[in-house]
Design a protein around this ligand. Sequence first.
Ligand code: FEO
Length: 391
Amino acid sequence: MRELKPNVHAVGAIDWDRRLFDELIPLPDGTSYNAYLVRGSEKVALIDTVDFHKTDELLGNLIRQGVDRIDYVISNHAEQDHSGSIPDILTIYPHARVVTNPKCKGMLMDLLHIEEDRFITVEDGGRLELGGKTLRFVLTPWVHWPETMSTYLEEDGILFSCDFFGSHVASSSLFVADEARVLVGAKRYYAEIMMPFRKAIAGNLEKIKDLRIDMIAPSHGPVYRRPSLIVDAYKEWISDRVANEVVVAYVSMHHSTARMVDHFVDALMERGVAVRRFNLTGVDLGELAMTLVDAATVVLAAPTVLVGPHPLAMYAAVLVNALRPKTRFVGVIGSYSWAGKMVEQLGGLVGNLRAEMLEPVMVKGNARDADFEGLDRLAETIRTKHAEACR
Ligand code: FEO
């Protein structure tokens, strides 16, 4: 059990080996499910729990430290990687009550079948006295679900933020030691689950800005002893500023699309436009999501399959649309042999973006000189538009 401050300890679990979350999101650096024990002179609170498959580790940490009573289990978020052990905690500590907001209570009852009489509900700004330790509840919706909240320990200035500010990083260090590593993990995590809710996050940052925060203790990854590191990063990620960068996501079957992508990427580089190129046959979705946080333009490139875009390009379009990055411009590059609806179909899949659709470059068969000139014009259009948009 590791100490954040006197009578505040980390009791969660590190998941070194997990490589996939939600059967979707790669975890190249593992993760952790952080839970925190706060002991007041009169009451003991456990803030969040762990994924159910790590329950034994949580219980082992509590037992080893002789924790013979828990009065409150604070649930900041109903998702099972933080709530999964609550039923076992309620069994082992039979007088413990779950403290959460009404929306989270409903979700916990649905997901974990916790009886209603085990709950205490709190409102935004509500307080819970433990004896020399005061917990204040701050509703911070959409980081990551609508019921998410943060818990602020007033006397110690610790914000327990759950997914908010978290990083999928398995580390032996309780506190952030390698800032660059943790920032990459935190940016991936923001991109994967929070980017669609930039406006709500702006409101959440506003709500916590006047708190005296000495530490941010998220429920994934290390604890921040320099909160400005992650708060400033979030401010940048949610801002309207875009980078002079193009995400090129492509797939090619017989190399004609790949030839176009080769030429197009060179044309952008010659014009001083940064490029992140992703072959969709082996893409790390987290890496792709992370580049979408800043890039001003996304270009999808694919051949035609059965009159539509290659399914991997459709998958990428659906993903981009769901993540709602601040992308300003979208382009389509493609090839076909007899007919195709690629431009219409891909355009229809990215309606959430409110981005300007650039003139597509569609090629019949294998690209000829005139087609490469079309790619040069697309690169020049992007350079010009970025000169305005990325100031
Ligand atoms: Fe880490 Fe949304 O759960």
